[in-house]
Each structure stands twice: as C-alpha cells, then as structure tokens.
Ligand binder design. Sequence first.
Ligand SMILES: [Zn+2]
Ligand SMILES: [Zn+2]
Length: 458
Amino acid sequence: MAAAGDSSSSSCGGGGCGPHCSSSAEDATAERMGRLSLSRECGKCGGGAVAVAVAGGVGLCGDCFRAHLFGKFKLAVTSNAMVRPTDSVLLAFSGGPASRVALQFIHEMRSKAIESWDASNSQALPVFGVGVAFVDESIFCLKPKHEIEAAIEDIKSIVLSLSAGVKAMHIAPLEDVFSTGSKDGEGRLREAVDMIDDDTGREDFLQCLRMLLLQKIALENGYTKIMLGSCASAIACHVLSATVKGQGYALPADVQYVDTRWEVPVVLPLRDCLAQELILLCELDSLKTQEHINKPSNGINSLVASFIERLREENPSREHTIVRTAQKLKPFSFNKFSADGYHDFLPSRLRPKFQKVDSDESTFPEILCLICGSPFSESELQNLESTKHEAQKKIDLYTSHCCQSCHFQILPNDENLNEHFFSLLPKFWTGRVDTVSASHSLLRDQIEEYLLEDNDGN
Ligand SMILES: [Zn+2]
Ligand SMILES: [Zn+2]
C-alpha cells in the first residue's frame, strides 16, 4: 500500500547494524511517529527504556510492543480459526512492512507449534505448513531490468532467511493469470488493461488479477488458506475509497478477518494493526523490506491514501475509528468458516462454491460480481432479474453478472468492445459465469425458455 510506504530508513540507514543500535533507532522512530510517550517507562513491564506509544496511548518498551503486536495477530488467527493444523497456508508477500510482519509472525507461530508438537507425547495433530507467494508486477514497472531483478533477489533472500520455516517460495509474474491455455499472457494482460479507460478502474482490475493469481498458485500447489498482510490502515483506505466509488453495499465483505468467497479462503490476521506499528516493528527488529518495484498510483485509491495519511498525522487513532465503523456493518455469510468446522478439514475445492451458513441465518447464496467478486446489492439483483430474460448471448450473461462499479470503471465504454474484453480474460475467470448462473438457475431458466420457444415454433 502506498500509505505504508517510504518511512523505512532508520537512524542507521536501515542497514541493521545490530541490536545495540536499536535504542537510538527507537528514539528516532518514535520521534518521527510523533507519539513518544510522556512517561519514560513501559506501561506494561515498568521497564525504563524509551517507550513508544501504541494506539490507545499506552507507552510500551520495544519488547512489550513486539509482544502486543504478536498478541493481536495470534488472537485474530486463533479466535477466527484462520489456520487449522491440517492447513497449508500461502502467505502473499509484497515486500512491504505489513506482509513482512505477517511472514515473521506466522513463521513464529509455526515454530512454536512445532516445539509443542515435539514436546507432546501423542503427536496426533500435524503442524500447518507455510508457503510464500510474490506477485511480480514488473511488467508495468518502468525501472531498468537489473533493478527489478535485484529487487526480486532481495525478496527471495528475505524469505530464505527464515531458516527451514517456509516450504516453498512462488514468484509469479502477473501475466501468469492470462497464460493458462494461451501462449501470450503478457500481450493479453496489456491489451485488457489498455482497454480500461479509468485510472481507478485499472488499479482495481489489477487488484482482482492479483487475487486470481494467488488463487491459482494456491490451487495448483495444494494450499488451503491464503493469508494477506492487509492492516487497519490499508483497510481504512479501502473503506473510504469504496465509499467514494459507491461500493458501500459490498464493503462489509472486505473488512472482515475471513473471506470464503474464493475457492481458497482468504484470511486477514493483521486487520487490527496500524501500518505505522508494522513499520516500527520492522525497524526495531531490522526486518528487511523491499518495495522498489511498487508502481506509482493514480486515481481515487492514491488520493484516499494520502488523505488517510493526513488524518493519521492529526490523530493516529483515526484509522482504527474508520475500520471500527465499517466493522459495524453486517458481514456476509461468506465472512466466516462454517459453524460446524466440517468443511474446514476438506480440501477447499471440494467445498461447495457457496458455503452453507448457520441454520438460523438465511441460506440464500450471494450473487457475486464476475469481475471483482462484490456481492450484488438489491438494485443490482433487480437489474440482473430484468436482463435475465433478455440475455440471449454469453456476452450478455457476462455483463449482467458485473456489479455497477465494474460496469462504470472497468468494462469498456463502447459496448461493442465488451465481447473482445471478456475474450481476453483468463478462462478460469469467465468460466465462473457458468457456475454462477447455474447456481441461481439463470442458465436453467434460459434453456427452458429456449425449449419452450422451440416447441412454440413447431
Ligand atoms: Zn515493557
Ligand atoms: Zn464488480
């Protein structure tokens, strides 16, 4: 996230000159964050080290601060059943501080689980596995090739530095999403992106592609969960920009810990941590980050990010306030794992596309936008209903399964180009329309209609 960007130089240049540097780095960092605690002792352990204030205003020493963040992460993971012993978790690593901390913490949880596994007599439960995925978007990066290659080497070395913790590292270029069943992934990706006129639409489209690529990597390599490093600050940006874009109805879906809309469920264990806290932890612990191949961003998303940054400068707890407010909206049924936990032990691909919810809630499956996966609002459902009888061609099915926001900012302005646009998209993406339409019997209705018309004609 742009919001989590460029403040990673510490007093020693971020070079990690050893543990003895940490106090001066702590000083400098805390000062820059403008949140140096008034009391010069830790509110938790009473230690006399320079304390940094975290959200809520309590001053904490470095050790307590670390424990505080890890505690939030662990609580999110355990209280939402994010990771089960049988799971294989794919961590999406961008190189930024948030996913760097997620990588560190999940690795730590795994190491502790292995320790207790070794210590236990029964050794009945296995210990979950962790793999790492890096989505290489250098196709849109204007930096020279050797810089990009060096950055990717850095990413590899960061992951490899976690001794024996990570079972695999997947570095996948974004165009891989397009190259299934087609030789020219790069050409297709460029053409599809070029067809989108709106800056914000283009960014949101790339965001969808990132998720699809992660899904693809997870499915092809047997991962059962995808872990994202989305922190409170990133989510606050999303809340505001979704509101500006008129995506309010679908918003609650994106701000929860768990999202089972996708074939491989997605979890957000850092939802309660601020970007500034994660950056600070990276500096305190000399956790190396690598953000050189981030693209510059235009459009609404970056405007909102800079707005959030200004809010934070005024009052660091504003991001929490935004996220908490959004959390009061009612989540969707797919924002949790099924209550009985039965499905969680099945490979996710065997689970029903739309997971059943508790019996006391509506079991009506949400209709999801074909492009961005947003659940349809009442008015979008009505539109779908009314076009359902007119839809004669596959392209009409595709467009009627896109939410209003994707219609507005992603689909080509010229309707005649829609067919070409959808033909560029990866098969396993557009193929979803068959599953989706079958699931609410749109296709069946249509076949019946065709049959009836045939009979009438005879
Ligand atoms: Zn302390
Ligand atoms: Zn959409």
